[in-house]
Ligand binder design. Structure first.
Ligand SMILES: Nc1ncnc2c1ncn2[C@@H]1O[C@H](COP(=O)(O)OP(=O)(O)O)[C@@H](O)[C@H]1O
Ligand SMILES: [Mg+2]
Length: 142
């Protein structure tokens, strides 16, 4: 179930547990609506929804379940959308290769994380084998 969290800043935040494909759809929709509030163009909305899909799909594919938090953030001058995808799954043993692209342990293209990094302005990946993965990305409405 999608959870709306109110924050002191008054900026909206939504947390979506990710267990199956239907949750990916919910996360995409929630992200689109937050990004619309920030004023992103329709092509930017599509890119943000794509980033959410890729990160949520990785949760299901590699960790089985986890959660995605979506929030409107402000850096003092502009608003943006932040996506945090976290799980307590197997983690990533070679972060550098996974982020560079072309590396996949599932026979995929290995372009999900590289694509997300390209689409978004800030990209942070914390992961260690056995202790899960947390990817935090932000796109600013410049
Ligand atoms: N949440 C995650 N938990 C564990 N491993 C992950 C996770 N997300 C990504 N990975 C690892 O990083 C690799 C690259 O991911 P990605 O760029 O999305 O490409 P693909 O999913 O096509 O393999 C994956 O093959 C997997 O080994
Ligand atoms: Mg992927």
């Amino acid at each position: 179930m999608t959870k709306l969290i109110s924050r002191d800043s008054g900026l909206e935040q939504v947390r979506i547990p990710i267990h199956s494909d239907i949750d990916i759809v919910s996360a995409r929709h929630a992200g689109r609506s937050l990004a619309e509030q920030v004023g992103f163009s329709s092509s930017e909305l599509t890119l943000i929804a794509t980033a959410i899909s890729e990160l949520a799909r990785n949760i299901i594919e590699y960790a089985k379940f986890g959660e995605v938090t979506l929030e409107i953030v402000n850096n003092g001058s502009v608003n943006g959308v932040r996506i945090t995808a976290s799980d307590t799954g197997p983690g990533i043993s070679n972060i550098e290769m996974a982020v560079r692209g072309g590396y996949s342990t599932s026979g995929g293209l290995g372009l999900g994380l590289a694509g997300v990094r390209h689409i978004m302005d800030n990209f942070d990946l914390q992961s260690a084998p056995g202790s899960g993965t947390c990817v935090t990305v932000t796109k600013w409405k410049l």
